[in-house]
Design a protein. Structure first.
Length: 131
């Protein structure tokens, strides 16, 4: 049977959920030829994650996330800019594999954040699961 989430059903269940289910890996593929800085993409949430090289041809890779409808809402993973204290820049990863790992972690966190446990029926609540 399903594990009882306990009296605090609003608690973060991501650790428990990760023991019960896995999120399938993002599927990476090529981008359109006209995209000069983007190298690979993985579709997610009606948009996509992209591996981006902002300083071509061999600059460090960055992670870009676009939420659907052709860049109406997008973001880069950011970090402090060492050349301009107090400002931020797209985070530079050591490798494309590191970019993909960051994308997968972000993808999983978004999925688990949207999941809530189903109330567990008890005799005390008449079998409804309501408090």
């Amino acid at each position: 049977g399903r594990a009882d989430p306990g009296p605090d059903r609003g608690a973060d269940m991501s650790d428990a959920l990760r023991k019960l289910v896995t999120v399938k890996p993002l599927e990476w593929g090529p981008v359109e030829a006209w995209k000069k800085c983007s190298k690979e993409r993985a579709e997610a949430f009606g948009g996509e994650y992209q591996v981006v090289i902002l300083d071509p041809p061999d600059g460090p890779p960055s992670l870009y996330f676009e939420l659907g409808l052709g860049a109406l809402q997008f973001r880069f993973e950011l970090e402090e800019d060492p050349d301009w204290p107090g400002s931020r820049r797209p985070k530079q990863f050591a490798s494309i594999a590191d970019v993909k790992a960051a994308a997968q972690a972000d993808y999983e966190a978004r999925i688990f954040a949207a999941i809530t446990p189903t109330p567990h029926p008890t005799p005390a609540d008449g079998g409804t699961g309501e408090k």
